[in-house]
Design a protein around this ligand. Structure first.
Ligand code: AMP
Length: 115
């Protein structure tokens, strides 16, 4: 169950995290192993394991997460230079925590293609 992931524990404040934003629908906190000067994860409070499990009823939630991420990028001063949004999905996508999350990466020039 997604509620039993480490991100579920962060939502329930059972383990600490550097939380930078919270509202009724989502939570954002700094990645514990940052891959860029700014590396924040935006997660839904609803326990959706991965993007492939999202449904049409999640349309508003997913849009809200993206717009929240956009606002955070502006607040963190990385919007002007640009940033990357990543959703690793499933085994081949490199997903390691099975609670849907959007990575916000910025503060340096990022390479393409990814590994
Ligand atoms: P993914 O590989 O897309 O599933 O990303 C999972 C991310 O969660 C990785 O970047 C991890 O560094 C990050 N992560 C794992 N545990 C924690 C934690 N307790 N607090 C913050 N970030 C975490």
């Amino acid at each position: 169950m997604s509620e039993d992931t480490i991100f579920g524990k962060i939502i329930r404040r059972e383990i600490p995290a550097d939380i930078v934003y919270e509202d009724d629908l989502c939570l954002a906190f700094r990645d514990v192993a940052p891959q860029a000067p700014t590396h924040v994860l935006v997660i839904p409070k609803k326990p959706i394991p991965k993007l492939a499990d999202a449904e049409s009823g999640d349309k508003e939630l997913l849009g809200h997460m993206l717009l929240t991420l956009k606002s955070l990028a502006e607040e963190m001063g990385i919007a002007e230079d640009g940033y990357r949004v990543v959703i690793n999905t499933g085994k081949n996508g490199g997903q390691t925590v099975f609670h849907l999350h959007m990575h916000l990466l910025g503060g340096r020039s990022l390479q393409w293609p990814p590994g």
